[in-house]
Design a protein around this ligand. Sequence first.
Ligand code: ZN
Ligand code: FE
Ligand code: FE
Length: 267
Amino acid sequence: MPLPYDYHMHTPLCHHAVGEPIDYAEEATKKGISEIGFSEHSPMEQDDFDEWRMYLSDINEYINKIKIAREAFPELRIKIGLEVDYIPGYESWIKHLKTLHNWDYFIGSVHYLDNKWDFDNPDKLDIWHSQDTFDVWRNYFGKLTQAAQSGLFHTIGHPDLCKKFAIYPKQETISLWLPFLNAVKENNIAIELNTAGNYKKCKEIYPHPEILKHAAKMDIPLSFASDAHAPNEVGRDWNLAVKLAKECGFKQFCAFDQGERSLLPLD
Ligand code: ZN
Ligand code: FE
Ligand code: FE
């Protein structure tokens, strides 16, 4: 039985990751992962939208770097996608991005809660403290629900990123994330189990086990993600990830190929 495929990793083209795709491929091979996929932070129309994404003019270089990795590791299957920022109003831009390459998948991620606030940016923590926490979480899951409803994505990235800094509301949050899972189900897309959360202040895989349990009960497909920003992070905590997924009721993991999803048994 294969290990789950790691479908979330970055390259230096986003200006905050290190190592070439060929190095990520080597690490995957070492860890016994037979398929990986790159998901660089999607370009915006203006390269200066922020300082943590790929430039539009670098897409060919992105594709080329992956080609080099494929040639060096022919046994490893390497998919190519994007981690796309979902911001309401940018739907036509995202549709345009789709036309630029034969992508295997798009991960829809919410990092922006308004056009200026990338709420997971540690430099902008002061904004968190100036707002009601439950309002921030509601805003986050509202945007995430819209992302799921947009029909633009194959899977939804780190689907409770709002816990990153361990700033939790006092209230129950199921009323926020259950509508999100319903939207995922209705639109027949997947969610991500993302191990990077273990290395953030929240010290917990994204999303919370309760969310995973509900998703498994609803038969929502699960994709696996290390969110590697360095080669040694590929497949990080993979044993923990598989254990957690199984404990929460998942029996399969997702594969994507040119936009088509298939399911493989988790073992
Ligand atoms: Zn990143
Ligand atoms: Fe992300
Ligand atoms: Fe990422």
